[in-house]
Design a protein. Structure first.
Length: 97
């Protein structure tokens, strides 16, 4: 499975970021520009996934890794963000709420 660090994520341009945390987690703070498609609802939201490559993030990287792996198996070009939002915050990067 493809994965990137939060430092690499911060430098990427033009690649959509899908946040698979639940809506209550998402409203509490997120990487700027992230789109919320909760893991628990993703099966019904596949039509909302972007075309082409995209990154997947959660709180610490576990859920997003499982989602990315499942989507890759279905032919999507998904990349997991190692460490998730916690690593993003730990690195000192800004979040939006």
């Amino acid at each position: 499975m493809n994965s990137i660090s939060v430092q690499q994520l911060r430098e990427r341009e033009g690649v959509p970021l899908i946040d698979v945390r639940e809506p209550d987690e998402f409203v509490g703070g997120r990487v700027p520009g992230a789109i919320n498609l909760p893991m628990s609802q993703l099966g019904a939201l596949l039509h909302e996934l972007p075309e082409g490559s995209f990154d997947v993030i959660c709180k610490v990287g576990g859920r997003s890794a499982r989602v990315a792996e499942a989507l890759i198996a279905r032919g999507y070009d998904a990349t997991n963000v190692d460490g998730g939002l916690d690593a993003w915050i730990e690195a000192g990067f800004a979040i939006e709420s």
